[in-house]
Write a protein that binds this ligand. Structure first.
Ligand code: 13P
Length: 255
């Protein structure tokens, strides 16, 4: 049984003061939430991780913490980067790796994504590994080959048992921040294809346990239909995750 996951990727939004208010609103709204039904994660910028960690702990919010990125080294002379052990020490459960904004805007490569995913596991973090096609790849009918290549590159080196807990996020790039979404049928179709790729990498039992999220303009109003596909195990939410009512609405749609 896969527990759905709704994860909020706040991207480069909210000062730590604004983040405090946002997590308090979300935590308060979800006070009676049962995390065994739907797990809820927030992934604020690095500058807010400590603030949010202390609020989650002190007020016992039913939320887990994730980071948006990490560097693929344990420590050293990497100015401006953040090591996975630093995230683990802040009680992060998840770390997003290979988000399309990092791949497209910052030149992150498949090899870097693979190294981050492997080191995240070594550090006791769960990577949320992103994949997705551009609009021109979609128009050319290359969606499956793109996501398959990204998955094989990012996960091919991981031993099967360890991969059971990885989370995948399928985020079509043309749907991110645009208000356009995949149809529920397309989301299900591509996500079930991703599961078949995971099956070929790790076998059916492991692939059947891996959660695969949809991301791209998920809102409270469209979440229920986007999440209804049998292989769609939750959502990675951008813009709508920085509005407490919207985000909580998405969590409720997943229940
Ligand atoms: P939006 O929900 O703003 O489209 O962003 C999706 C995303 O990139 C989440 O990682």
């Amino acid at each position: 049984m896969r527990t759905p996951l709704i994860a909020g990727n706040w991207k480069m939004n909210k000062t730590h003061l604004e983040a405090m208010r946002l997590v308090q609103e979300i935590g308060h709204e979800l006070a009676d939430h049962d995390p065994r039904k739907v797990e809820v994660a927030v992934c604020p910028p690095f500058t807010s991780l400590r603030t949010i960690q202390t609020l989650i702990d002190a007020d016992r919010y039913e939320l887990v913490l994730g980071a948006q990125n990490m560097y693929a080294a344990t420590e050293g002379a990497y100015t401006g980067e953040v090591a996975p052990g630093m995230l683990k020490a802040l009680n992060c459960t998840y770390v997003i790796v290979g988000h399309s904004e990092r791949r497209e805007l910052l030149g992150e490569t498949d090899d870097e994504v693979a190294a981050k995913a492997a080191l995240a596991f070594d550090t006791g973090l769960i990577p949320i590994v992103c994949c997705g096609e551009t609009s021109s790849e979609r128009a050319a009918g290359d969606t499956r080959s793109k996501v398959e290549g990204q998955m094989r590159a990012a996960l091919g080196g991981l031993p099967g048992e360890r991969s059971r807990s990885v989370v995948i996020a399928y985020e079509p790039i043309w749907a991110i921040g645009t208000g356009e979404t995949a149809t529920p049928e397309d989301a299900q179709d591509t996500i079930s294809y991703i599961r078949s790729v995971l099956e070929s990498l790790f076998g059916g039992a492991v692939a059947g346990d891996i959660r695969i999220l949809y991301g791209g303009s998920v809102k409270s109003g469209n979440a229920a239909s986007l999440l209804k596909g049998p292989d769609v195990d939750g959502a990675l939410v951008g813009g709508a995750s920085t509005d407490a009512a919207e985000f909580v609405g998405i969590v409720k749609a997943a229940l």
